[in-house]
Design a binder for this molecule. Sequence first.
Ligand code: C5P
Length: 231
Amino acid sequence: MKNATKFWAIVPAAGVGKRMQADRPKQYLPLTGKTVLEQTLNRLLQADVFSAIAVAISKEDPYWPELECSIHEKVITASGGKERADSVLSALKSLRKQASDDDWVLVHDAARPCITSTDIHFLIKSLNNDDIGGILALSSHDTLKNVDGIKITETIDRSIIWRALTPQMFRYGMLKHALEAAEGNPAVTDEASALEMQGLQPKIVEGRPDNIKITRPEDLALAQFYMEQQK
Ligand code: C5P
């Protein structure tokens, strides 16, 4: 008898976050009493669907072993890579003995601590019977422009433009194959782009706008506000 499909989470957390101009990587900055990374992992654990969460951590990272969640029974530490895609591939490989090719993997940025169980469950419900998988995404409310330097060259039809968020949900085997085939390609800035390069068409699932990525200093205050609103 075939084993039931499992769900695994992967959290790339090996970035340095230069745009934060802080004394430590952004995933270790404080956010409502914990670090950003702890908040993110707590949210994934609360969703109560994952068999384990593989977290990709940079080799020179002194902060991770200090966190209680680094020894949580459902958390596996993997080594980070040069680019985000390398970190995700390394985390996938750390699950190789436990995961089956047909299992689902949800890759979620460490820097998105406002992810809700509602969004995770909605993504899973929307894609569970899909052949390829897909991503949470947001439509654009602003008018979008193509520019050359500072000169506008054209206005883009925003009805066909979506902003890619995470989690991004794909089958273990298909995602590993796509990331291995795309290794070293700088155009792979998310998991979906690796599958697109295989000629596949991942789906979009509309996510919540409060699932922001901490990128600049002011995003921490915004994340705090959203987390309070979500209570
Ligand atoms: O820099 P950016 O915000 O796009 O990073 C997205 C996520 O990828 C972050 O959680 C970051 O820690 C992670 N990352 C990684 N390994 C890298 C670069 C980024 O795990 N080499």
